[in-house]
Design a binder for this molecule. Structure first.
Ligand SMILES: O=C(O)CCC(=O)C(=O)O
Ligand SMILES: [Fe+2]
Length: 554
């Protein structure tokens, strides 16, 4: 069920914490942050301004409180004096005046001051900033939590590690509190990921502090009852309900003693001792997995080439595809011979990356995938992208010339350059870059006359600290993004039939920001470069063909 939510959801989602309006925003071209680190860093600046308004608000209110405190001291002093005088106090006309003044003008002034909305200006500014169209909203928060849960699921991360800021073995020193854990649990439950929801609730409970215990513990336990019921853990539901009765403020035996609290904690510890595995056990046979599971287990490193498969692969300098390369050979690393998959190292310059960054400034938007009849936003692809035609800048033409030299393919009719950036948990689930015949039939493919995508060149414009590899499950390869490198593979068999073995996906980013540049090269004008086979070489593996048939029927 999780797969549907985090990876395959091809429609806008209604319900949950989101209002219909927010969902409309999701589908439209509205700015979105969680799917891109680049966009996240922009809103970080707004927060700085909001902090300044908050400081001003506090300062204004502090001076109001200081003033009130001084008046209070003064009035109390005057009353003390009056009490020492006794009734004689009222005999003095001066004192009569002072008291009357206090009770009339002074107190009126004080009451007005107390009623005044001090700090109205900074508050207004703060509110305006919060309403700024590019300010993240509840949908953004949901996207960020989804990303976190996706990371946890794909990389099989333990809840207690994530909550303690340890991601895949690296500690980032960020601790989540009980409320954070509860929020994540609630979203996991809404998304039907019950084991993870269960684990996050236990973590929330173990992270309760003295001050938030009374307020949060009933909420955690109530959610735990719900999750246990959905997990069909009826015994667990009963025992949690018993504990809940003790904790609820309205219950007959409210907890007011330290011993009572300890007793409840002990009961909860017993509940938490019931094992609910947060991740399913590892599969016994990795060959019998769904495509998504294949992608997931390649991302998390369980599917990898055997030493004997690795032994056949080489790396070295290449100079064959163009005479120019005799002077400046390319560094090539082989990852698969059939279908061909290689990585070229150091094939794009920093100055070129800088120019591209300038060209696409403020242009990237949430990425889409191909739906039934049109492009749609999908949880299968959580990144942001933009296309730029090569006519936009000479740097793009220079890169294309280099790609032509590297691949010996003609780039005259390649698609526009596609730039993509991935944010927290950002990913692109397994897919093939080539188009199915029905996509041509229904004219979903742009520039149909250019034919199918014969090959892909994927440039890595950044390193990624953790995660974010490109997984090729059938080829058992996981490419770690390496700045200035580019992956190259043929998508089609030499007969022109799409090669299912090129299935690949971008694994979720654990830490870092990933920028890639895609060059999709079409079949048109390649006949002298990569002649077609007269026989259909895709028939080599029957299972591949069956797989292909299946997906074309769907
Ligand atoms: O970002 C990646 O590693 C892969 C991207 C990809 O496969 C695509 O954009 O088609
Ligand atoms: Fe792709």
């Amino acid at each position: 069920m999780l797969l549907k939510r985090y990876f395959f959801d091809t429609q806008c989602r209604l319900g949950g914490v989101l209002a219909v309006l927010a969902v409309l925003g999701w589908c439209g071209a509205e700015a979105e942050f969680y799917s891109s680190v680049h966009a996240m860093s922009k809103v970080f600046g707004y927060e700085q301004k909001m902090l300044q308004h908050m400081q001003k608000f506090i300062a204004d209110n502090e001076s109001k409180l200081d003033f009130l405190r001084a008046r209070l001291d003064e009035f109390e002093r005057e009353r003390d004096e009056a009490e020492q005088w006794g009734v004689a106090y009222f005999e003095s006309p001066l004192n009569k005046y002072l008291l009357s003044k206090r009770l009339t003008l002074d107190w009126e002034h004080i009451a007005n001051l107390m009623a005044a909305t001090t700090g109205a200006k900074p508050l207004l500014r703060l509110q305006r900033l919060r309403q700024h169209e590019s300010m993240p909203n509840a949908r953004e928060l949901e996207g960020a939590i989804d990303g976190l849960l996706r990371l946890q699921f794909v990389y099989r991360l333990k809840t207690k590690h994530v909550a303690a800021g340890v991601l895949d073995g690296v500690s980032y020193g960020t601790q989540l509190n009980a409320q954070h854990c509860l929020d994540i649990a609630q979203q996991a439950e809404r998304d039907d990921h019950l084991q993870l929801a269960h684990a996050w609730l236990l973590e929330a409970n173990s992270r309760l502090s003295h001050s938030d215990r009374a307020q949060l513990q009933p909420l955690i336990l109530r959610q735990l009852v719900k999750v246990k019921a959905r997990l069909s853990d009826h015994r667990g539901v009963n025992s949690t309900l018993q504990v809940l009765q003790n904790v609820e403020p309205g219950s007959e035996t409210p907890l007011n003693k330290y011993e009572d609290l300890m007793q409840v904690q002990h009961q909860i510890d017993e509940l938490t001792a019931e094992p609910v595995e947060e991740h399913a056990p590892l599969p016994e046979d990795f060959t019998k997995l769904s495509d998504f599971e294949l992608y997931r287990y390649t991302c998390n490193g369980h599917i990898k080439p055997t030493p004997s498969e690795l032994r056949r692969l080489r790396c070295g300098y290449m100079s064959e595809t163009h005479p120019f390369l005799l002077l400046a050979p390319l560094k090539v690393e082989e990852l698969s011979h059939d279908p061909l998959l290689v990585v070229y190292h150091d094939v794009i310059y920093q100055s070129e990356i800088d120019t591209i960054a300038r060209l696409i400034k403020n242009k990237i938007q949430r990425a889409t995938v191909m739906g039934n009849n049109s492009s749609v936003v999908s949880n299968a692809r959580t990144s942001q992208f933009t296309f730029i035609p090569k006519t936009r800048h000479k740097v793009l033409r220079t890169i294309d010339q280099r790609v032509a030299d590297m691949t010996d393919l003609n780039l005259e009719y390649a698609e526009h350059h596609q730039l993509a950036n991935y944010g927290i948990g950002g990913h692109y689930a397994q897919h093939m870059d080539w188009f199915y015949p029905n996509a041509f039939a229904t004219e979903q493919v742009s520039s149909i006359e250019m034919g199918n995508r014969i090959a892909t060149v994927l440039f890595y414009l950044t390193d990624v600290e953790q995660g974010g590899g490109t997984a090729f499950p059938v080829l058992k390869q996981l490419l770690k993004p390496k700045k200035y490198a580019a992956a190259f593979w043929y998508n089609l068999h030499a007969s022109g039939v799409g090669d299912v073995r090129t299935m690949h996906g971008a694994c979720p980013i654990i830490v870092g920001s990933k920028w890639v540049l895609n060059r999709w090269i079409r079949e048109f004008v390649q006949s002298d470069r990569r002649p077609c086979h007269l026989w259909d070489d895709s028939l080599l593996t029957l299972s591949q063909v069956l797989e292909l048939d299946k997906s074309q029927i769907e």
